[in-house]
Design a protein around this ligand. Structure first.
Ligand code: HEC
Length: 106
């Protein structure tokens, strides 16, 4: 009985590993540090100002994908292209973790 349960758990763990890519696990503290270069434009409160969109409370993988879209030119925006080019993958994931953890405005 016990072994059956263990086997079941082990099978699930293996299946989860095989099917999904490793979850993004950015360093939130690094993200908070780096966010100082973003919040001059993007409001941490989630308020949209002067046409600058809110970037908080996003799923991390979506945030990372959008930053890459600016990096590779799929999204064409001069400001964000320059900014994204300065960031490493680790830094982008860290920013995704930090901004993603900010609660969405009501
Ligand atoms: C000088 C102002 C400015 C700064 C600084 C800035 N951004 Fe942006 N950001 C913008 C503008 C303007 C847009 C909208 C661009 C567009 O139309 O694609 C944008 C768009 C974005 C988007 C997509 C938003 C959406 O709704 O699609 C993300 C994500 C983003 N910025 C992240 C960041 C991060 C992370 C930083 C800091 C590393 C940062 N930005 C710094 C001005 C800025």
């Amino acid at each position: 009985m016990r072994y059956g349960l263990l086997l079941l758990v082990a099978t699930f763990a293996l299946a989860a590993n095989a099917n999904s890519p490793a979850p993004i696990k950015g360093d939130r503290e690094l993200g908070e540090y780096l966010s100082s270069m973003c919040v001059a434009c993007h409001q941490l409160s989630g308020k949209v100002t002067a046409g600058i969109p809110a970037i908080i409370a996003w799923p991390e993988d979506q945030f990372v994908a959008v930053m890459h879209a600016y990096k590779d030119g799929t999204r064409d925006n001069e400001t964000m292209r320059t900014i994204s080019h300065r960031l490493s993958q680790e830094e982008i994931e860290a920013l995704a973790a930090f901004f993603g953890s900010q609660p969405a405005p009501k």
